[in-house]
Design a protein around this ligand. Structure first.
Ligand code: HEM
Length: 450
């Protein structure tokens, strides 16, 4: 069979228009559109204007895609846009560069370091929560973002940034990450026009990398015992390695900062939102946190006493996975399940789509943390929410520990009332599914409810 003919085994999604293909339904409701593909087959072809993408709609096939990371390498429209921000960092480099980078960076995330990191997490969470006042209306997204940034910088980077630099970075990354999916499907010509949105994007981009370059200059002279110590000291000239350039170090810094803040923030925000909207689960969560912690912030040793909190976090990640759409490119003619995939094909997997499959998660729209109980049907966690294979998320255990510590510390102390308009979402999801804002009024748990 010729490559082109055999690729036809992927079912083509109906309703494509000339030129635009499925761009209309995708832009109108990206999540609804993705979800509709699952009924069509395990591999579905969609046309987003000029780009043809095969969307993997089944968990076993997704695992196969992720396991063969050389045949299905980083690439495709999303990665091309992400590389504009994160260059050749760990998340966006091709397989050929990946093993060396991962080997150098992995020790920073080794399980044995987590108890130490957790001490910083507890301190920063405690400091963040101390400012909350009974009856105050709080934007949880902003509060958790500032805690997560502080935690990431102090642990992984072993550094601190001035508060204004942190605010500027957070705003710039939000601007960039919210624009990436839109820029990935629009033709380059439109992305390059001097429109206000494009100019804002470019400015945010320059400023974010500039701020990171400043941090890298500081870390070069005083790398601390973190990521930069490992990157600067870990090259071996005997093995033909060369030291990382400043640009490469900025790539890694941006990668970790962007990958390590917004993801956890989104997961914890959605967990708090769901707990507030589902009184039974919310009550169980509060009781667990209250009985494990009283009203103090959670510590590493508490994690074993917070199993339901972890279940709530995993269920929130299933329903709103921070990485909801991820692309790959076939580097040569390859086989994926029963499908022949020609070299150059763009493929995509979607933890969002997989998390809503009825045969995997009965009643998939229901928030049910018991899917993840020790004897529940869920297994380790939502399918592919942290990727898989050699490119599996390096921060998975870090973020689950951080997420549970944040969630439990908030719930041990505060009841959240989220008004009907408290959840503000962007019209189009960005690179993550994070809300723009999540407003809640907080009252102390022990106080009688109004
Ligand atoms: C709820 C939290 C998180 C989720 C759901 C998540 C999700 C993911 C996913 C789906 C991937 C694979 C992307 C692909 O297949 O192309 C990934 C990779 C990655 N993540 Fe995370 N992530 C989370 C937290 C974090 C944190 C806290 C950090 C850093 C501190 C981090 C850093 C990275 C990096 C560097 C990669 C690339 C790994 C490699 O290619 O070797 N992530 N993440």
């Amino acid at each position: 069979m010729s490559a082109t003919a055999s690729a036809a085994t992927a079912v083509r999604a109906p309703g494509a228009l000339p030129v635009l293909g499925h761009l209309g339904p995708f832009l109108a409701s990206p999540l609804g559109f993705l979800r509709s593909l699952a009924a069509l087959g395990d591999l579905v072809e969609v046309q987003l204007a000029h780009q043809r993408v095969l969307v993997v709609c089944e968990p076993t096939l997704t695992r196969e895609l992720l396991t063969h990371d050389r045949a299905f390498d980083k690439g495709g429209p999303l990665y091309e846009r992400m590389r504009e921000l994160a260059g050749n960092g760990l998340a966006t480099c091709p397989a050929a560069d990946h093993r060396r980078q991962r080997r150098l960076i992995q020790p920073t995330f080794h399980r044995s370091r987590l108890p130490l990191y957790a001490r910083t997490m507890t301190d920063r969470i405690e400091a963040g929560l101390t400012g909350w006042q009974p009856g105050q209306r709080i934007d949880l997204v902003a509060e958790l973002r500032s805690m997560a940034a502080d935690i990431l910088l102090s642990t992984v980077f072993g550094a601190a940034l001035k508060p204004q630099t942190c605010d500027s970075l957070a705003a710039d990354l939000q601007e960039i990450m919210s624009a990436i999916p839109r820029r990935a499907v629009l033709p380059a010509l439109l992305n390059n026009l001097p429109t206000p949105a494009n100019l804002r994007y470019r400015k945010a981009h320059r400023r974010a990398r500039g701020n990171m370059a400043e941090l890298v200059r500081r870390l070069r002279t005083d790398p601390a015992d973190g990521l930069f110590g490992a990157l600067l000291g870990g090259y071996d000239p005997q093995a033909g390695d060369r030291p990382f350039t400043d640009t490469e170090l900025v790539d890694q810094a941006v990668t970790m900062y962007a990958g390590g803040t917004e993801t956890t923030v989104g997961a914890v925000c959605w967990a708090l939102f769901q707990a507030a909207r589902n009184p039974e689960a919310g009550q169980r969560l509060t009781e667990e946190c209250r009985s494990a912690l009283g009203s103090r912030a959670a510590e590493w040793d508490d994690l074993a006493r917070l199993p339901y909190s972890r279940q709530v976090l995993l269920e929130a990640i299933r329903l709103n996975p921070p990485g909801w759409l991820v692309t790959r490119t076939a580097t040569s003619d390859a086989q994926l399940g029963r499908h022949r995939i020609p070299a150059g094909t763009t493929l995509a997997y979607s933890p969002y789509l997989l998390g809503r499959l009825t045969d995997q998660y009965p009643n998939p729209d229901r928030f049910d943390p018991d899917r993840w109980s020790a004897d529940g049907p869920g297994g380790r966690g939502p399918a592919a929410a942290f990727g898989g294979g050699a490119r599996q998320c390096i921060g998975e255990e870090f973020s689950l520990a951080e997420g549970v510590l944040m969630l439990a510390s908030v719930c041990a102390r505060w009841q959240l009332r989220i008004p009907p308009d408290g959840l503000r979402q962007p019209r189009l999801p960005g690179l993550t599914l994070n809300p723009l804002h999540l407003y809640a009024t907080v009252t102390p748990v022990s106080a009688p409810r109004p």
